[in-house]
Design a protein around this ligand. Structure first.
Ligand code: ADP
Ligand code: MG
Ligand code: ZN
Length: 487
């Protein structure tokens, strides 16, 4: 970025809450399904239908509020935000008014050394988090030149987390969104599925001369991936910096991110900004939260991801980079911890970030869908440690069979005769056989080509179908070669 200027960014993140039912009715809160199959008079906005607030959504908002060290407001109210859109049957969205259920929290992210001049942790303010309902979804065209409205999403509970303008680069916005994602998934209040829109983000960005008051902001909409947040903001920062540097004034506007073109495009300017004519929702009483309710939620909070990160470093001896990857999802972290017991943290980390991750990437699957029982992985790791099966066989043969559901690691190893050979006698015999079969290489080795030792080990392992204990093979080979030399 041009020197002397800085970007100021604040994100608004919409988090779909994983409640059983919708925000104000008993319809199930689920993704997809037969269009309009999960609707009722309340979420269809039929006249006379009355909303009833979902207590589970309130508890989830409190959990988020406590996790970000925010203030849980004892009394907040709901408002109607009015606008017309085909997927908004009521003609208004129920959202919270001037007082939000959560206010003034914070979330830590790594600062971007490129704009902060040094690394360190940055505390990003959370201005507020308020409850509201999602709209339905318009599906355009669908090959028939028409638009179709699906109201299954109408009334799904949302928690809108409004971040303070404390971010200074696309990278920091990316890290902040990651931190929000990690927090809500580890709190268990959101499934975190970006492809399904479970977490959506609008980014506000302005550019100013360093130290100057806040500049005119642009709101970038339609960002639905971590990568796009960084790309859209990098683009927008460059665009605005060029304008500001030329002294060109521009107005407040809303722009959309076009992922195909890699640019933002103007959607509407301030002049045509909507007046939503907010007014208090007459059909809902104030949301009043008792101390006891907050205490109950606090008592039920899981270990927060930041604390878990620190514990992973201390307890399992993994690096910060590894800990970050191990905390990619609650199920992934849980699987790691189940396998890491008994001082096997390093080994478990290697498996999770090696074989397990490779398989997930290959299959494009989540750990939940993989069908790996953490107890099975733990057993396999212990068998390798105990020398009951060698690491290569465990990775290449036992692990895939485990995923195929062939039984426990012990049963697979026994049933398929994969046990590691750790007896000296058969290994000695195999080493002698290999040396006898390769007189040329043996002569070269004696002539000083020490690297051929690896070749011999490979031949022995191959002849032993990979089941021989590699440490012992090395040891025996060395002894025999040494005694050969002595001859
Ligand atoms: P609105 O009510 O129009 O949505 P808010 O004041 O609530 O506006 O701000 C919404 C978001 O915009 C917040 O995330 C905030 O951090 C961010 N924001 C506000 N002013 C600026 C600015 N000048 N530059 C960048 N972001 C800003
Ligand atoms: Mg806003
Ligand atoms: Zn409903």
């Amino acid at each position: 970025m041009e020197s002397g200027y800085e970007a100021v960014i604040g994100l608004e993140v919409h988090v779909q809450l994983r409640t059983r039912s919708k925000m104000f009715c008993a319809c199930r809160n689920e993704y997809g399904g037969t269009p309009n199959g999960r609707t009722c008079p309340v979420c269809l906005g039929l006249p006379g239908a009355l909303p009833v607030l979902n207590a589970e959504a309130v508890r989830m908002a409190i959990a988020l509020g406590l996790a970000v060290g925010g203030e849980i407001r004892e009394r907040s109210t709901f408002y109607r935000k009015q606008y017309f859109y085909p997927d908004l049957p009521k003609g208004y969205q129920i959202t919270q008014g001037p007082v939000a259920v959560v206010e003034r929290g914070r979330l830590c992210i790594p600062g971007d050394p490129l704009v902060r001049g040094g690394d360190g942790v940055v505390q990003v303010g959370i201005e507020r988090a308020h409850l509201e309902e999602d709209a339905g979804k318009s599906n355009h065209d669908m090959g028939r030149g028409s638009s179709y409205v699906d109201l299954n999403r109408a009334g799904v509970p949302l928690l809108e987390i409004v971040g303070a303008p404390d971010l200074r680069s696309g990278q920091e916005a990316y890290d902040y969104l990651k931190a929000v994602h990690r927090l809500v998934t580890f709190l268990g209040i959101c499934d975190g599925n970006l492809e399904e829109g479970s977490l959506r983000c609008d980014a506000n960005v302005s550019v100013r001369r360093r130290g100057a008051p806040l500049g005119t902001r642009v709101e970038v909409k339609n960002i639905n991936s971590f990568r796009f947040v960084r790309m859209a903001l990098d683009y927008e920062i460059q665009r605005q910096t060029a304008l500001v540097a030329k002294g060109e004034a521009f107005g407040q506007e809303t722009r959309g991110w076009d992922a195909d073109k890699g640019e933002t495009r103007s959607q509407r300017s301030k002049e045509v900004a909507m007046d939503y004519r907010y007014f208090p929702e007459p059909d809902l009483p104030a949301l009043v939260i008792a101390r006891a309710e907050i205490d109950a939620v606090r008592a039920g909070l899981p270990e927060l991801p930041e604390a878990r990160f620190e514990r992973f470093l201390a307890q399992y001896g993994v690096s910060p980079y590894e800990a970050g990857l191990l905390l990619q999802s609650p199920a992934f972290a849980d699987c790691f911890e189940a396998a890491a017991g008994g001082g096997l943290g390093k080994q478990a980390a290697n498996w999770m970030l090696g074989e397990v991750s490779r398989t997930l990437n290959e299959r494009g699957q989540s750990i939940e869908a993989l069908g790996l029982r953490p107890a099975h992985l733990a057993e396999l790791i212990r068998m390798v440690e105990a020398g009951a099966v060698n690491l290569n066989t465990a990775k290449e043969v036992v692990f895939p069979l485990l995923l195929a559901g062939e039984g426990t690691p012990a049963a697979i190893v026994q049933g398929r005769g994969l046990g590691q050979v750790s007896d000296r006698a058969p290994i000695e015999a195999m080493v002698l056989e290999v040396l006898a079969a390769n007189p040329g290489q043996l002569a070269q080795y004696r002539g000083g080509k020490a690297s051929l030792k690896g070749f011999f080990v490979g031949q022995v392992m191959k002849a032993g179908k990979g089941k021989m204990n590699p440490t012992l093979v090395n040891e025996v080979l060395e002894q025999i070669l040494a005694s050969e030399e002595a001859k």
